[in-house]
Design a protein around this ligand. Structure first.
Ligand code: ADP
Ligand code: ZN
Ligand code: ZN
Length: 725
C-alpha cells in the first residue's frame, strides 16, 4: 500500500508552524500555492498549500484529511512568491499562516472567493453591422448598444452607460447574433513623449536600463523636483515595452490621484492599483490582473509588495525612507527590505528613490553595495528655499507660534502668496523641556536623552532603563516653564483660523481629510493660487507640490533634537527637507522658518548649511560609534498586558534565558508610549554587530520563550529590524 499524500498548509492563525493534512484519494491535482479547505478545531479554515510531504510527525490516526481543494485552475501563489513568504516568516519570526494570508487579497482569504476571469470585450458581428445600417425601428436601446460598438469593441464598463437594463439588452443582441463576446486583449500602452532628460537623469536611466536583465540595487537620490518620477517613467516605458511587469511602491499618503494621472498620461495605460483602503472587489481585480500578466504596471502601498508578477521587470520604491514601508503590527516587516530580497530572487533591478535616503540605504550606497545615482539639479529650475532659524528663547509667542513667524505669515498673505504652518507631531519620544532656557533631561548613567512619561510623571532612560520622577521646576534656570516639547500647539490651528479670518485657512490632518472629497477640494483651492494658509501635519510632507507656497513655518522640531529614539534626528532631517521641498517655484523662491529653543544645535546647523548628504554621513558616524543600525542590528521583544508586572516578569525571565553569543539583550523598559488601550507595553532590545549571530540567538531563544508560563499571561511579539521603540 502506498503512503497517503500529505500536504503542509499555512493557516491564518498565530502559531509558529504549518499544519499537516492528508490528501483524499479523489483529489486529482494539488500543488503548492493552492487554497484548501481544511478542518481546524471545530471549524473549517482556508489555508494555502506550502509543500507536499512524504511523512508527518502527526500520528497517522490523528492526521486529518483536507475537505476540498479550492483552486482548481492553478495555484494562487507561484513558487518564487511562496519562497519569498517562507523567507519572510523565517526572517521576521512571524506565524507562517499570517504571513501567507497577508499576501492574499482579502476576498481570497474566504472559501467563497474566486479569482475573476479575464474581462470580456464585446464587438459587432457582420450581421450586427448590417443591422446598424438599417432604420432604428422599435428597439431603440438595442440600437443604441450597437451604435456604441460601431467604433470598436468595448468592455462591460463601456456598455453600462447605455442604461440600467444594459445586461438584458446585451443578452438580447448577442442572442440575435449581432454582438459576440471575447476575452479582452491586454491593453496596449501608448507612450507619450516625456521631456528630454537632463544629464543626471539620462545617466541614471542609462545605467539602470543597461542592467535590466539582472539584480541590482539602485539608489536614486535627488531633491524634490529633481525629476525622479521622470526617471521612473523612462524606466517603466522600457520595461513595459519589453513585455515585462513593473511594481511601483509608494508611501501610504503618496498614492495621490496626481501621481496616477501622471503615469496614465505618460504611459498610456491604467495602472493596477493595490492598497488597503481599496474595496475588496477592486483590490481583487487588480491582483488578478497582475497575476495573469495582463497588468503591466502595478502601483500600490506596502501590501502590494506581495502581488504575483509572472513577468517581473523592475521594482521601484518611491520615498524609500518613508516610515509607512514598515508594518508596525502583526506581521512586522519592512517592505523596502523585502522588496530588495524579492528583486534579488527574481534577478531584476530594484530602484529606491528619495530626496532624503534612510541611513540603511545611504550606508549601502556609501559602501558601494548599491549603485548611487544623484540628481543634483531641480528639473523645474526652481531654486531651493532659504532658511531662517528663529530662537524661541527670545521671542514672544502665542499658541506655540512666535510673533516673528506671525508677522511673516501676514506679510506673505498680503503679497497675495500662500503660507504653510507645519506641525511636526508624530513619531518622536516625548521630551520634557524648559520653555525658558531649553533644558531637557539627560541620563546620569549613560549619554542618552530622557523620555518623558507623562502619566507616570517620570523621566525614563530608554538606553539603560533607569527612571526618576520628573522635576517640577527647571533644574537649570528654576523657571516654572517645563512643558512637553511641542505641547501648547494644540490650539494653534484654531488660533490661526481666527487670526487670519480674512483668508482661507486650510487644515490638513487625518481627521479632517479622511472625509470624502475634503482633501481634493482643499488641494484644488491651493492650486488655484490665491492667498491661503495651509496648516497641517505629516500629510503635507508627501506627494504634493505647492508651487504657490512661498513661506513654510516648521514648529516643534525640538522634540526631535532631544528625543531618546536614536532615529529621531534622521527623521527630523528628512521631514524638514521634505516639507521645504514642497514649496516655491522659479519666480517665487520660498523661505523656510524653523522655530527652536536650540538654534545652535550642531545637527541642525549641519543640515541647514551643508545639506542632507553631509548630515547623513555625520549621523552614520554616530551610529557606527554606538553600534546602532545600520552599523549594528536590532530585534525587540515586545510584551503588553493589563498588568504591568506581568509584562515585566515575562521580560525579566526572557532576559534570564537569552542564549549566549555576540548579541546582547537590554531591558526591560517601558515602551515610549507606555499605556495604549489600557495595556502596559514594555520591551527588550537585542543588539549585536552581526545579523547572522543575532538571528541565530533569537532563533534559539524563541522556542524556549514560548514555553515560559509567564508568556501566557501577556501578548508578546518579536520585531526584527524595529523602527520604533
Ligand atoms: P521628483 O519626482 O524628483 O519630485 P518630478 O519627476 O516630479 O521630480 O519632476 C518635477 C517637475 O519637473 C515635474 O513637473 C516634471 O514634469 C518636471 N521635469 C522633470 N524632468 C524634467 C526634464 N528633464 N525636463 C523638463 N521638466 C522636467
Ligand atoms: Zn530652564
Ligand atoms: Zn541611561
Amino acid at each position: 500500500m502506498t503512503e497517503p499524500l500529505i500536504v503542509q498548509v499555512a493557516l491564518p492563525v498565530p502559531l509558529p508552524h504549518l499544519f499537516d493534512y492528508r490528501v483524499p484519494l479523489d483529489v486529482a491535482v494539488i500543488e503548492p500555492g493552492m487554497r484548501v479547505l481544511v478542518p481546524f478545531g471545530r471549524r473549517q479554515s482556508v489555508g494555502i498549500v506550502i509543500r507536499q510531504a512524504e511523512k508527518s510527525d502527526v500520528p497517522r490516526n490523528k492526521l486529518l484529511a483536507l475537505h476540498a481543494v479550492l483552486d482548481k485552475e492553478g495555484p494562487l501563489l507561484d513558487k518564487p512568491l511562496i519562497e519569498l513568504l517562507r523567507w519572510c516568516w523565517n526572517y521576521y519570526k512571524h506565524a507562517p499562516g499570517e504571513v501567507v494570508a497577508s499576501a492574499l487579497p482579502p476576498a481570497l482569504r474566504k472559501a467563497k472567493g474566486v479569482v475573476p476571469g479575464i474581462p470580456s470585450s464585446f464587438s459587432l458581428t457582420a450581421d450586427g453591422r448590417e443591422r446598424l445600417g438599417q432604420p432604428q425601428g422599435r428597439a431603440p436601446v438595442q440600437f443604441a448598444m450597437l451604435s456604441a460598438l460601431a467604433d470598436g469593441p468595448l468592455g462591460e464598463a463601456g456598455l453600462a452607460g447605455i442604461g440600467s437594463q444594459w445586461r438584458k439588452t446585451l443578452s438580447a443582441v448577442m442572442e440575435k447574433g449581432w454582438v459576440v463576446e471575447e476575452a479582452a486583449p491586454p491593453a496596449k500602452p501608448r507612450f507619450a513623449p516625456g521631456p528630454s532628460l537632463l544629464p543626471d537623469q539620462l545617466e541614471a536611466v542609462d545605467s539602470i536600463s543597461g542592467s535590466l536583465d539582472r539584480f541590482g540595487c539602485h539608489l536614486l537620490d535627488g531633491v524634490t523636483g529633481s525629476g525622479k518620477t521622470e526617471v521612473y517613467m523612462s524606466l517603466l516605458e522600457e520595461v513595459i515595452d519589453g513585455g515585462r511587469q513593473a511594481l511601483v511602491l509608494v508611501p501610504e499618503i503618496g498614492l495621490t490621484p496626481q501621481l496616477i494621472r501622471r503615469f496614465r498620461n505618460r504611459l498610456g495605460l491604467d495602472p493596477a492599483i493595490i492598497h488597503s483602503g481599496l474595496g475588496a472587489g477592486a483590490r481583487l481585480n487588480s491582483w488578478a490582473a497582475a497575476r495573469s500578466g495582463r497588468a503591466r504596471l502595478i502601483v500600490g502601498t506596502r501590501s502590494a509588495l506581495f502581488t504575483p508578477l509572472p513577468e517581473p521587470g523592475v521594482i521601484i520604491l518611491d520615498e524609500e525612507h518613508d516610515a509607512s514601508f514598515k508594518q508596525q503590527d502583526g506581521f512586522r516587516y519592512s517592505a523596502r527590505d523585502v522588496a530588495v530580497k524579492r528583486a534579488s530572487d527574481l534577478d531584476i533591478p530594484v530602484v529606491l528613490g528619495s530626496a532624503t535616503p534612510s541611513l540603511e540605504t545611504f550606508s549601502n550606497a556609501v559602501e558601494g553595495k548599491y549603485s548611487w545615482h544623484t540628481l543634483r539639479e531641480r528639473a523645474t529650475r526652481a531654486p531651493l528655499p532659504s532658511w531662517r532659524v528663529l530662537d524661541m528663547r527670545q521671542q514672544a509667542s502665542t499658541s506655540g507660534l512666535s510673533n516673528a513667524a506671525l508677522d511673516a505669515i501676514a506679510e506673505t498673505l498680503e503679497r497675495g502668496e500662500q503660507a504653510m504652518v507645519f506641525l511636526n507631531r508624530r513619531g518622536y519620544a516625548p521630551v520634557l523641556m524648559c520653555q525658558q532656557c531649553g533644558w531637557s533631561g539627560n541620563c546620569g548613567r549613560c549619554d542618552a536623552h530622557l523620555t518623558w512619561h507623562r502619566t507616570a510623571r517620570k523621566l525614563v532612560c530608554h538606553h539603560c532603563g533607569s527612571q526618576r520622577s520628573a522635576p517640577q521646576f527647571c533644574p537649570d534656570c528654576q523657571a516654572d516653564a517645563l512643558l512637553g516639547a511641542g505641547e501648547g500647539t494644540q490650539q494653534l490651528e484654531e488660533f490661526l483660523e481666527k487670526k487670519f479670518a480674512n483668508v482661507p485657512v486650510l487644515r490638513f490632518d487625518r481627521d479632517r481629510t479622511s472625509r470624502a472629497g475634503v482633501m481634493d477640494r482643499q488641494l484644488e483651492q491651493v492650486r488655484d493660487g490665491g492667498p491661503c494658509l495651509l496648516v497641517g501635519t505629516q500629510m503635507l510632507a508627501k506627494g504634493h507640490h505647492f508651487p504657490g507656497v512661498t513661506l513654510v513655518i516648521i514648529v516643534n522640531i525640538d522634540q526631535a533634537l532631544y528625543s531618546a529614539d536614536f532615529r529621531s534626528l534622521e527623521r527630523m532631517g528628512q521631514m524638514i527637507l521634505q516639507v521645504a521641498g514642497r514649496a516655491g517655484r522659479v519666480e517665487k523662491p520660498g523661505t523656510v522658518v524653523l522655530q527652536t529653543l536650540h538654534p545652535d544645535h550642531a545637527a541642525l546647523e549641519l543640515l541647514l548649511t551643508r545639506g542632507y548628504e553631509a548630515y547623513a554621513r555625520w549621523l552614520l558616524a554616530e551610529r557606527q560609534a554606538a553600534g546602532l543600525p545600520p552599523a549594528g542590528y536590532q530585534a525587540l521583544l515586545r510584551a503588553e498586558a493589563h498588568d504591568r508586572a506581568a509584562a515585566e516578569r515575562f521580560l525579566d525571565e526572557a532576559v534570564g534565558i537569552f542564549p549566549r553569543g555576540e548579541a546582547r539583550v537590554y531591558g526591560p523598559m517601558p515602551a515610549i508610549m507606555e499605556r495604549v488601550g489600557g495595556r502596559s507595553r514594555m520591551y527588550l532590545v537585542v543588539q549585536g554587530p552581526a545579523r547572522t549571530a543575532l538571528h541565530r540567538q533569537v532563533d534559539q531563544w524563541l522556542p524556549v520563550l514560548r514555553m515560559l508560563p509567564s508568556a501566557r499571561k501577556v501578548r508578546w511579539a518579536v520585531d526584527i529590524d524595529p523602527q520604533n521603540l
